[in-house]
Design a protein around this ligand. Structure first.
Ligand code: ATP
Length: 905
């Protein structure tokens, strides 16, 4: 069922056609919504069943059957299928059946892998779905966008991504960027008045509407949902729904290129094997099957898919640790991150704000209490004051009035309070409560009639309230943002204010100044009210660092990743916190936004590596910092939450958005979203990123080596005029068991001990760097040498040499799987149990291989013969060769690096 209010079902449809032509109150009445309290929760629930979820029907998703079919679509597989069918026609039914069975198994394996990857990606997408603030039953709630129904009263603020089409009922300088829908890049200022009939032709002209998919860039608003899901304007624009499938990641592109190069090489070798075999008098069909099977086995066409699986499963593990990856390549990039630029508030600190001290021109106070509960005492510091401090009372009123947060009591005996909105404002609301000021009463007597919203560049906020015969202006903001606006009578206080602010900031407090004034009437521009202010006082808000921050910063440094703080807060406050968590050492510099503004790009690029803290910055400056770091060749992770952070998040190598406090726009722009807003989560994501990259390298190394072994055995046998070592089914079987489970299990290796003790890998480093090619070559040649020596010896002794070579090659590869678990550490240091999957995969494969040797039915299928105990023992001993060789290689590497570390520099 399509959700729509235009359907003739339900009692709330009449007249909501073209809601932009109706008065807002009329639309509310038509929709059956209380314009103040919103829908009743029960009514909302019944509408959800009636209209369905507020989702767009997805197109462009690969259906399962296509995914399955694609597994069999590669050219070599098709050639092999045709060859198998031809063989069957010529009478060799047995081979055909086995080949088909192995191909089906292979295809299913690939299918389950890819399907798993898609499911993991879907789960991730669901987790990063946007939330919507609605008013229902008189309370503000946050809902997943899918649960919004027609008639809901939605609250809008800067950075919100609209989840449905709305008829606006309130607009406080609400500006919306509708580029996604209309292509118009200038934000549109919204209004609430009804429009006349003629205005309806263009979406862009419906200024009292706001549409799904557009973005609030400033101001505040409230609107009634008039359409959800596919009935929204966005839903109707079918072409906008075509999802752009995510392109391959850089790593996948590189691997695909490798696959093509290897395919070309393999085809040449297969042709040689075929030609030599035929020249030596082998039957043509048989040689053809062998050659094509070798091609199927040797071409690593599955690699990009296996990489997707590794990345997607890695992303799932990260999600379990609160790092939600939105773009798959980020998993890859994370491991090479060299700089983390982090916000302070909420990321490094707890964002559990509490006002601890208050200063007014009449005195200083300490505030007691716990969390956001509006209960506690405000007591004068030092000698008790005799007179009543009327400024303190007025300060409390401004704190409550110039405020968009809400505190709601859960009503339980523990009296926990839930907060919506900005924690800084919630802390002010709690302070007001402690001083006996009730927000509701204030709103009743002095309703808000206009406002100038807070933004990170202005660093202040003003609200205008209509009272009997006069307008009251309440203002709060950063000290430097308010002091210049004081009335001449108060400017004498400026020195004292700065001194207090200085002292508090050095203790790590966040400081706000509060002020007010009276006006006869609302000025035509609300901004005009921000002058001639009467200073009421300062508040000091404690926001201590998170418990885990210091350890995460230390881990960062050990891993060669530089932590940097970028904050809108005061330089002294930022410095105090940065010192406490270890971001700033004695040598680290602090730069303010103003100083940053005076540096040209060149000087900035020179100095950027020495600065640990940027304070009083504007979000736009984040973009410059990303640029400066990137010029230095850094891989930058940048955090952000606001609308203006989006460009920097996009520009950074890893844009990191806050899941709790972040706006939808920031989340859309980010590569990764932190579900807990926590800096430590970025560090653990980097660790996971390094692990995943290591694992990808592990199985690339493994697969290339096994393939090289198979090719060399067949090729060298041809070149040395030996008999053809392996049959088609044997080649395919080796490829299936070794490329299948052991390779997957290698992707599940736990993180290596030194993963966070080495410097980040260079972003330009190829996956084949550090000897991967050479490894595949020499180990493959070793495998071939062992097999061919065995072939010659066994043939001379009159033993079943083909069975012995077949088994030896399979076991050599399994031994290799155990050895490539690490590029340095010995298998025995790692212990077999640290990757039980691999152990199980290897033992399982050995068991099946033995079954093929000794079970008569399988013997017939694979053309094998029972080996005598002595022959089997010989096979088992020779097949440890790869394991031993690679362990030896690692031992040499370890010894060399110990020497070079031990030798004087
Ligand atoms: P970060 O950038 O690390 O998140 P931040 O949250 O302190 O730091 P902003 O939110 O940009 O940065 O705040 C900058 C300054 O603006 C604060 O130091 C404070 O003085 C002032 N400020 C913060 N919130 C408000 C608000 N709701 N109303 C008025 N002024 C505010």
């Amino acid at each position: 069922m399509r959700p729509s209010i235009a359907r003739p079902a339900g009692p709330h449809r009449a007249g909501t056609e073209r809601p932009w032509t109706l008065a807002a109150g009329q639309v509310a009445a038509d929709l059956g919504t209380d314009p103040v309290a919103g829908l009743a929760p029960e009514e909302a629930a019944s509408r959800l069943t009636q209209f369905g979820e507020n989702v767009l029907v997805e197109q462009g998703r690969t259906p399962a059957w296509r995914l399955l079919a694609e597994q069999f679509a590669s050219t070599v597989v098709v050639v092999l299928l045709v060859a198998a069918v031809v063989a069957a026609a010529l009478g060799d039914l047995k081979d055909t059946v086995v080949i088909l069975a192995i191909l089906v198994l292979n295809g299913l394996l690939g299918f389950f892998q890819e399907n798993r990857a898609e499911q993991a990606m879907d789960a991730l997408k669901a987790m990063t779905a946007p939330m919507v603030r609605v008013r229902r039953g008189g309370r503000i709630r946050e809902l997943p966008a899918a649960e919004v129904v027609p008639g809901d009263l939605v609250l809008l603020g800067p950075g919100d991504l609209l989840a449905a089409d709305l008829r606006l009922t309130e607009s406080w300088a609400l500006r919306v960027d509708e580029a996604a829908l209309t292509g118009e890049s200038e934000p549109v200022t919204k209004q609430v008045d009804p429009l006349s009939e003629i205005d309806e032709s263009m979406l862009a002209d419906r200024r009292n509407m706001a549409f799904r998919g557009t973005v609030v860039t400033g101001g505040r608003g409230v609107g009634l949902v008039v359409a959800t899901g596919m009935m929204t304007e966005l839903g109707r624009l079918a072409e906008l729904l075509q999802r752009h499938p995510a392109g391959p990641t850089p790593l996948q592109r590189r691997l695909a290129a490798l696959g093509r190069a290897m395919a070309a090489g393999a085809l040449v070798i297969c042709a040689v094997v075929f030609a030599v075999g035929v020249a030596r008098g082998e039957p043509v069909e048989r040689m053809f099957l062998i050659a094509v099977s070798l091609a199927v086995a040797a071409i690593p066409e599955g690699l990009p898919a296996v990489v997707t699986v590794a990345l997607a499963l890695g992303a799932r593990r990260m999600a379990a640790r609160n790092a939600l990856v939105r773009k798959l390549p980020a998993v890859e990039t994370l491991g090479s991150t060299t700089v983390i630029c982090s916000d302070k508030t909420g990321t490094l600190t707890q964002n559990r704000m509490q006002v601890e001290r208050v200063w007014t021109p009449a005195g200083t106070y300490r505030v007691s209490g716990d969390g956001y509960a509006p209960v506690g005492a405000v007591v004068p510091e030092g000698a008790a004051m005799s007179a009543r401090d009327t400024l303190l009372e007025r300060l409390a009123r401004v704190a409550a009035a110039c405020n968009d947060a809400t505190l709601q009591s859960a009503g339980d005996p523990g009296d926990s309070w839930t907060v919506t909105g900005d924690p800084t404002e919630a802390a002010l609301l709690a302070l007001a409560g402690k001083l006996g000021v009730e927000r509701e009463a204030l709103d009743r007597d002095w309703p808000r009639v206009a406002e100038v919203a807070f933004d990170a560049t202005r660093r202040r906020m003003a609200t205008l309230h209509q009272g009997p015969g006069q307008v009251w202006v309440a203002v709060k903001g950063a000290v430097e943002a308010l002091v210049p606006l004081l009335a001449p009578a108060d400017t004498a206080l400026a020195g004292q204010v700065r001194a207090v602010a200085n002292r508090w900031a050095s203790d790590g407090y966040r400081i706000l100044a509060l002020a007010e004034r009276d006006l006869p009437a609302v000025p035509s521009r609300a901004e005009a009210a921000e002058s001639g202010l009467r200073l009421l006082g300062l508040v000091a808000i404690a926001d201590p660092p998170r418990a885990e921050t210091a350890a995460a910063v230390a881990a960062c440094r050990e891993a060669g990743v530089i932590p940097v703080m970028i904050t809108g807060d005061d330089a002294r406050t930022a410095t105090a916190i940065a010192r406490r968590v270890g971001i700033l050492d004695e040598a680290g510099e602090v730069l303010t936004g103003a100083e940053l503004g005076r540096l040209d790009e060149e000087t900035l690029a020179e100095r950027v590596t020495g600065v640990g803290v940027y304070a009083r910055t504007s979000p736009e400056q984040k973009l410059r910092l990303v640029g400066a770091w990137k010029d230095r060749g850094a891989v930058v992770a940048m955090t952000g939450d606001g609308v203006n952070d989006a460009p920097a998040l996009r520009q950074a190598d890893i844009g990191v958005a806050m899941g709790v406090t972040g706006t939808d726009v920031a989340k859309e722009a980010a590569d990764m979203v932190l579900a807990d807003d926590n800096f430590a989560t970025i560090v653990s994501a980097i660790r996971e990123g390094r692990r995943i990259y290591d694992n990808i390298r592990r199985f690339v190394r493994y697969l290339l080596t096994t393939n090289s072994g198979e090719i060399w055995v067949m090729f060298l046998a041809s070149a040395l005029a030996l008999p053809v070592p392996l049959l088609a089914v044997q080649i395919l079987w080796i490829n299936l068991v070794t490329d299948g489970l052991p390779a997957i299990a290698l992707g599940l290796e736990p993180v290596e001990r030194d993963a966070m003790r080495r410097p980040p890998r260079s972003p330009t480093e190829s996956i084949f760097a550090r000897g991967l090619w050479q490894h595949a070559l020499w180990v493959g040649l070793t495998m071939a040498a062992v097999c061919l020596a065995l072939l010659v010896g066994a043939r001379a002794a009159g033993w079943p040499w083909q069975t012995m070579v077949f088994t030896t090659l399979a076991l050599l590869q399994l031994g290799h799987a155990l050895a490539v678990r690490s590029e340095r550490e010995s298998f025995f240091t790692l212990g077999a149990r640290s990757n039980p999957f691999l152990l199980a995969a290897v033992l399982g494969a050995v068991a099946v291989q033995l079954a093929i040797l000794y079970l008569p039915a399988l013997q017939r299928l694979f053309d094998t013969h029972s080996l005598s105990p002595f022959q089997l023992a010989l096979v088992l001993v020779t097949s440890t060769a790869a394991f031993v060789a690679v362990e030896l290689e690692k031992w040499i590497i370890r010894r060399r690096s110990r020497r070079s570390r031990g030798s004087p520099a």
